[in-house]
Design a protein around this ligand. Structure first.
Ligand code: GAF
Length: 386
């Protein structure tokens, strides 16, 4: 039994005076490739981190939701289920409350819960701390109330909680990653129909490592920039007469761009999405044929596209990627929505100490906050612990 599980179980008993009915976990994620493609019905390829949200939960039958977080501290927050309403909460409690709201709105008979939770997923680091929070609650209530919902359906309900209740217009990647990833694998997900394939991704077996460089620049997707990119993509799809940019094939990109004329911003957004979908397919092919080292340049191309075309990078992310590549990494890119958050670096295991030191020194020389650098190991998706 892990220390986090024991602490959360004990924390529940201390607050609510009895042992919980169960304890569940849901991880954060890194996205290997496929950025800003999910809300364009495209491809993504995340894998789960060992960092996770853990929740101890018991049912109630009196229409109350009681929430407590080890990190937020303070008193237990008590909410009435019939008073849950989109936009009514701008604290951390909006994520679990939004999931309960979404479950009930979909007709599932949830009558209340006591929750104590704790998360090791860094917040604002582009590693899906909010999805982990949503999915752990969804899975716990699914189990306790015997709803029998598959992972993809839980992910959809969590996305609805985030889009409508919290008010962040995000896609489906993060919740699906947290709900459906498998240890030692990356998840190749088609965001259109949510079909998925687990792709073996055992870096250690090949003498490789994947580092996360958390720039400590906090980001949030409820801010306007993410929504503006999404609206620009939808405009591009409408101008091109397709349901989503996913429908523009890679070999039809030049013709599509020509049809967009001089709408420079839409041209850049469309070019990123179409080339990024192609990059996901290339990475899948390379991993299937044992070419893990060869995905490095594809990751770096993806970063250039996010920086120059989609324009969601920032100086700290560019410095992390540029420094890593100049110091001998196999490839690097920002991961997640951008505007801060984290970069990932693919490297030979033997190069990790030198690369880490070089990145930290570059941040110090630029007078940036010291980044948090750690290894990402493909880990299990959401599950019941006890
Ligand atoms: C954030 C969103 F939540 C995802 O849905 C996805 O769009 C990602 O940014 C960019 O790829 O993590």
């Amino acid at each position: 039994m892990g220390a986090q599980q024991v602490q959360v179980g004990d924390g529940f008993a201390a607050r609510y005076g009895a042992a919980p009915e169960g304890v569940w976990a849901a991880p954060g994620r890194v996205n290997l490739i496929g950025e800003h493609t999910d809300y364009n019905d495209g491809f993504v390829m995340p894998f789960a981190l060992p960092q996770q949200a853990v929740a101890a939960v018991s049912r109630r039958d009196d229409g109350l939701l009681r929430l407590h977080s080890a990190e937020a501290g303070g008193d237990v927050v008590e909410l009435r289920l019939d008073a849950l309403a989109p936009g009514s909460d701008d604290a951390w409690t909006a994520y679990p409350a939004g999931v309960v709201w979404a479950l009930r709105e979909a007709g599932h008979p949830v009558t209340g819960a006591d929750v104590h939770l704790s998360s090791t997923v860094p917040t604002g680091a582009g590693l899906s701390s909010s999805a982990a929070l949503e999915v752990v609650i969804a899975l716990a209530l699914d189990d306790l109330y015997g709803l029998g919902l598959p992972g993809w359906r839980l992910a959809r309900l969590c996305q609805r909680a985030e889009n409508v209740y919290v008010g962040a217009p995000t896609g489906i990647m993060d919740q699906t990653a947290s709900a459906c990833c498998a240890s030692g694998h990356a998840l190749f997900l088609d965001s259109r129909d949510l079909s998925q394939r687990q792709i073996p991704f055992d870096l250690a077996a090949e003498g490789l490592r994947l580092l996360v460089v958390d720039t400590r620049v906090q980001h949030a997707h409820s801010g306007g920039e993410y929504g503006r990119r999404r609206a620009g993509c939808e405009k591009g799809a409408a101008l091109l007469g397709v349901d989503a940019l996913r429908d523009i094939p890679y070999d039809g990109l030049d013709a599509a761009l020509a049809r967009l004329g001089d709408d420079e911003e839409v041209v850049r957004l469309v070019r990123h999405v179409v080339t990024e979908n192609h990059r996901v397919e290339r990475v899948v092919d390379l991993l299937r044929s044992g070419g893990t080292r060869a995905i490095g340049p594809v990751l770096t191309e993806g970063h250039a596209s996010l920086r120059d075309d989609f324009r969601v990078s920032c100086p700290e992310l560019d410095l992390a990627v540029g420094t890593a590549n100049a110091a001998g990494a196999l490839g690097a890119r920002m991961t997640g929505g951008g505007f801060g958050g984290s970069a990932i670096v693919l490297a030979e295991a033997a190069d990790v100490p030198a690369l880490t030191g070089t990145i930290e020194r570059a941040f110090a020389e630029a007078s940036f906050t010291r980044p948090r650098v750690f290894e990402a190991v493909p880990s299990p998706g959401a599950r019941r612990l006890a």
